[in-house]
Design a protein around this ligand. Structure first.
Ligand SMILES: Cc1ncc(COP(=O)(O)O)c(C=O)c1O
Length: 423
């Protein structure tokens, strides 16, 4: 931590509580220098040169013709959904197992979330289950590359081709991931990233939306780039009559955050390499340990970002020992293991019971009691997701592990597995 920052943590790249095993320094003098120089130049608002340069880098790095920065990943999803033309009465399919912001912007556009199952091996959206939930109101499918793993993009693109439903890739956890050598975020019709403080590329807060589709891009600019767009971001004259104010909504990123993220982007390949080597080494060693096994990956998937590191727990291999007891024992061995941190969305009261979003019985989550036709969800509606997610164990993610960090992690798991019958 640079002394200039007073030694106080400002933001943390995927926090782990085993700092002794990780030597990565998220913030260095380079980020501080960038913020300092930008401040002296008064590069503090709007589409400054640093912001535009970052967007150019993003386009190149992630293989998209168009990219625009926004205040956070949530507003990136909001912009992307608006870009896709999602609006009142529409439905958006998303796995129940993701962070709420993968779908919450749809509510603000008055569209209704439709949850689907995940593939129990990979934890990614199950394309066949998504297919079953498509109706004539479906406007998009959100494919979340959760924890840095990669969705089955061949199946999703085929589904999109057959049905005409676009794919929005939420890459908030997966900066730099690829599928068959194509960058995630550039495979579906539109991609979004978060640059929030714990993300693999961070500006403290920030987000990016990118696409190869000019119509999606222009609408994405229209909704959030007030006073930034005229003659600069828009490609065609379609919305010229609305410039320079667009729709008068402001999702513009803070330039200092984007400056910091510019430095972070330079480190992404190294970060991914370090995390991948560590995770691969742990996963390879799990093969001979009863009770645990790695999360599956699709052919051609190259995970990255690694926002979380989960493994499957198999109680039946350990005499039915409950996962919580296994995790307790790992913790007693000094390993910072934990259970899945994300609630299943269909079990949140908001989506299970419905909600009068806009007051006076209006909005996409109004149940029959509220005058609507939202049916809500119950536990049991997603049996695959419900059972697999409760059996996950999350291990620490190390960004620059000490030489024996992976071995220490594996040793703790091996040891607990060996004495599991005595727990
Ligand atoms: C999967 C996923 N999508 C979207 C977001 C939203 O990003 P932000 O926090 O930058 O708004 C997050 C945040 O963690 C996320 O985990």
């Amino acid at each position: 931590m640079p002394a200039a920052l007073g030694g106080a943590p400002v933001f943390v790249q995927t926090a782990n509580n085993q700092e002794k095993l990780d030597q990565w320094q998220q913030i260095t003098e380079a980020e501080a220098e960038m913020a300092y120089q930008m401040t002296l130049r008064n590069e503090l608002s709007g589409g400054t040169p640093t912001v535009r340069q970052f967007e150019a880098l993003w386009r190149e790095r992630f293989g998209c013709k168009f990219a625009i920065t926004v205040i956070n990943g949530t507003s990136a999803l909001h912009s992307a959904m608006f870009g896709l033309g999602i609006g009142p009465g529409d439905e958006v399919i998303v796995p129940s197992y993701t962070w709420i912001c993968s779908i919450s912007p749809a509510l603000m556009l008055m569209a209704r979330p439709v949850f689907c199952e995940i593939d129990p091996e990979t934890l990614m959206i199950d394309p066949e289950d998504a297919r079953r939930r498509i109706t004539d109101r479906t406007k998009a499918i959100v494919a979340v590359h959760l924890w840095g793993n990669v969705c089955n993009m061949d199946a999703l693109i085929e589904l999109s081709r057959e049905t005409g439903v676009p794919i929005l890739e939420d890459c908030a956890h997966a900066h730099g991931a690829t599928y068959k050598d194509q960058p995630c975020g550039s495979i579906g019709q539109v991609g979004t990233w978060s640059l929030q403080g714990s993300k693999p590329v961070s500006g403290g807060e920030g987000g990016v939306v990118a696409t190869n589709d000019v119509a999606i891009f222009e609408r994405a600019c229209l909704i959030g780039q007030v006073n930034r767009v005229a003659g600069l971001d828009l490609i065609t004259d379609k919305y010229k009559h609305l410039q320079p104010l667009g729709l008068g909504i402001k999702f513009r990123a803070h330039p200092l955050g984007i400056g910091i993220a510019t430095i972070q982007l330079e480190k992404l390949d190294q970060l991914n390499k370090n995390r991948r080597t560590y995770i691969q080494s742990v996963e390879d060693s799990l093969v001979n340990i009863p009770g645990v096994r790695p999360i599956g990956k699709y052919d051609g998937a190259q995970p990255a970002g690694f926002y979380g590191f989960s493994i499957h727990y198999e109680a039946q291999d350990l005499g039915g020992l409950p996962k919580e007891k296994f995790i307790d024992a790992l913790q007693k061995e000094g390993l910072a293991a934990k259970s899945n941190p994300y609630p299943l969305l269909h079990q949140l009261s908001l989506f299970a019971d419905g909600f009068d979003l806009f007051t006076e019985d209006r909005g996409p989550l109004c149940t029959p009691e509220m005058g609507g036709d939202y049916q809500g969800y119950r536990t049991g509606d997603f049996p695959v997701t419900e059972s697999v997610v409760t059996q996950l164990i999350f291990l620490p993610v190390f960004s620059q592990p000490t030489k024996d960090a992976a071995a220490q992690v594996v040793a703790a798991i091996r040891k607990v597995s060996a004495y599991a019958d005595r727990l």
